[in-house]
Design a protein around this ligand. Sequence first.
Ligand SMILES: *Cc1c(COP(=O)(O)O)cnc(C)c1O
Length: 423
Amino acid sequence: MIESLDHARALDRNDPLARFRDEFWIPRRGDGTDKVYLCGHSLGLQPRRVARAMEAELEAWKTLGVDGHFEAEPPWVTYHETLREPQAALTGARPIEVVAMNSLTVNLHLLMVSFYRPSGARNRIVIERQSFPSDRYAVESQIRMHGLDPAECLVELGPPGGDLLDESVLEDYLAREGERVALVLWPGVQYATGQRFDLRRISQAARGAGARVGFDLAHAVGNVPLSLHDDGADFAAWCTYKYLNSGPGAVAGAFVHERHHGDDAIARLQGWWGADPATRFMMGPGFTPAPGADAWQLSNPPVLALAPVRVSLDIFGAAGMERLRGKSVAMTNALATFVAEQLGDVLAVVTPTDPERRGCQLSLRVREGRATGRALFERLGALGIVADWREPDLLRFAPVPLYNRFEDIFRLCEALEHWAAGR
Ligand SMILES: *Cc1c(COP(=O)(O)O)cnc(C)c1O
C-alpha cells in the first residue's frame, strides 16, 4: 500500500519506466495541473510524437503525390508491414499471423466469416453473458447470415452467482454440448469486471470439443502479456485506441493462426489488398491470397491512420511488455489493497483479487447502490480524476504503467477516503 504522498513520489523516482510519461500529453485541469487520468481502458492518451508522424505523412502526400506509394519513408505500399513485428511481439504471435486493418467489430466479422461455419447440428456460438454489446450484435447477425436463429444458436454463459466467470463454466458446457458448438468467442480481459481469462485453457477446451475459438482482445492487448500462437487461438482481433494509445477509432489488429494459412478451402471475403503482393498489381482476374493474415485485408491501408499506431507500437517496444506488466501489477495491487483494507465497508472490488486473473483495470461497486456510485463518479470528475462509469453500477479505473504514476494512485485513494469519510 502507498503510505503517503512522499512514499508515492519515492516510488515514482525509483520507477525505471517513469520517463515514458513524458512521451504523452496528459490532460490538464483548468489550473494547469495534470489530471489524474485513469481511463486508458477506454481511450489511451496521445503520444507526443503522433503529431509529427502524421505531419510527415501529410508532407509526403503534399510533396510526392502518388509517388509516396514507393518513395515515402516508409513507402505506403508496404506501410502496414512495418506494424507486423511489433504487433506480433505484443500478442505472442508469429509476424505472419497478424495484420493491422479496419476496426475491431469489422475484423470480428471478417474473421467470423472464416471461422463460424455452422454445419448440421454444430451451429452454436458460445459467448459470455456480459459480453460487450458490439460483439453480441456481431455474433447475432453472423448467425442470421447463415439463415439460423440466434434464439437457438447463440449461447451466453454467465457465472452461477456474482460477477466473475470461471473458465470451468465454459469447460462444463463444452463437455455437455461440445458437439453442437461451432465457435467460442471470448474476451481476453472482460471489459466491465476487468477479469482476465486463461486463453490457453479456453483454447484447449474449445478445440478439444471440435469447435473454433476466437478472442476479442480489446481490453487485453497492451495490458497483459499474450501468447496467441502457443495458446492455440484460431483467430483474434483487438482495437488500438484503448491501451495501445493510437487515437479514437484507430486502426485495429487481427490474428489468424498459422495452421489456417494456405487453406485453399477457407471461406474469406476478398479484396485486392488480400491478394499476394507478388501478383496484386498484375490486375488479373484470379485471386491468389497473400501469405498469412494479410490475406484477410480488403482495401489498401489508411496510412494517415496507421501512423499513430506505428508510434505507439514503437513506444511499447522500448518500454517492454514484461516491465510494463511488473509496474502495472504493483500499481493495481496498491489500489486494490487500499480499497479492500480501508474502504471495504463502502466499496466492493469487483475485479479478481489475484493479479494473475486481472490486468491493470480495477472495477468498483459502491455498496450503497447506483445513485451513490454516480455521485462518487461525478465528484471524482470534479476533482480532475478521470475514471469511467459503466451501467448499471460500476466505476472503472485503469492505472496504465506507460503514463500513470504511483502519485496518481495516491491521489485517487486520498479522494476516495475523503469521500467515504464525508458521507
Ligand atoms: C472497445 C470494444 C469494442 C469496440 O468496437 P469498435 O469496433 O472498435 O467500435 C468492441 N468489443 C469490445 C470487447 C470492446 O472492449
